[in-house]
Design a protein. Sequence first.
Length: 442
Amino acid sequence: MSTTQHTNDKERETITAVDHSYGAIVKRQFKKNKLALWSLRIIYLLIIVGGIADFLANDKPLYCKVNGHSYFPIIKQYGVDMGLSKWPVDLINADWQNLKYDAVVFPPIPYAPHKTDKDNNDYKPPFKDQKVASKRWTHWLGTDQIGRDLLSGLIHGTRIAMLVGVVSMSIASIIGIFLGAMAGYFGDERFKMSRIRLLLNLVFIPFAIFYSFIVRSYNLSDALAESFTSFIISFLFSGLLFLSLMSIPNLIIYLIPVRKIPLLGNKISIPIDILVSRTIEVIISIPTLLLILTICAIIKQPSIMLIMVIIGLTGWTGIAKFIRAELLRVRNLEFIEAAQSLGYPEWRIIFKHAIPNALTPVLISIAFGVAGAILAESSLSFLGIGTQSDVITWGKLLSSAREYAPAWWLAIFPGFAIFITVTIFNFVGEGLTDAIDPRLKQ
């Protein structure tokens, strides 16, 4: 009996400890905000819809049987696009909606976003004046001037919206967390470097930049004019060349015993906090939309990936400020001092102990940043800038409403999708702000 009671007491103590942890408190406070909780669930739904968009809206069947052979056309198309498979000769240019099938299962929306319906062109409104063979072929949200299904475009546009938000903020998070953590943990006094290492790095930085980027500027310009993918490959090569050249100072220091010279071997403090803070001020002063417009005017083939990268490279400042403020607090806590007293390397302390305990407030900036990225991409698409003509986005759908004002459905539904998505991310950000507020821990 005493053993059972002792076990129950231990379980109760464990549950109590978990319930009073900081993460549990934040989670419990966030769940009390029903609006933020339901917004998070809608975000999950949008991510799922974007991920399976091809299986929800497509003119190809999910499954079909033609001339005794079974096919899964949507899945097979992935293999064809990757060069892993080939279509039979009689299906290369098949009109999937008019083939004679032995058996067929179409997606819920049997239209691809670029598929035109000649019988329902010239702005057919929802449910009215549509010429369809059966109810399942109805254009539920209407069509545009050339007969493209609006609902299919909205579903596929969800993928682009979520992709822009996630990819751009992933880039911003990596940059912001690293630089903010460096500034917050080391400050202006704690990061020290020997004079000879600092001198060699200062000498080799211009040298590495010259040979990595300036000498290769024509290669980078040609690659940028060709396509954004070519530019990324060329830029990565320049980055690897830069890192290789910057490894020369370390090689010199280890091969030549210059650190034994007292004047050169003495360590001095590097004001990382000031450097990062001034960099943040410079980045904030650059208007993101103007930068995107300028770059899109230079290159021949703008892409959605270019917009993601630019938003990511300019959107990390808020994340850096949040993580810096948290690290200024966390670096003086007992578990950090304990790790330092055990002789752990500084980088291990930063990435394994300090950053994981300072990420919660960063989620607020990421949530608002995703909303801002989606809104920025929609604005550019609305203006017809930065995306290829074959990419369907919510902004591009909304832009088509300008051509014919009576086509209200082309303005209402894409506009509502943008409004709802941006709003729910803002609700999640506000919910996290309230949940993290220390005054709510009482």
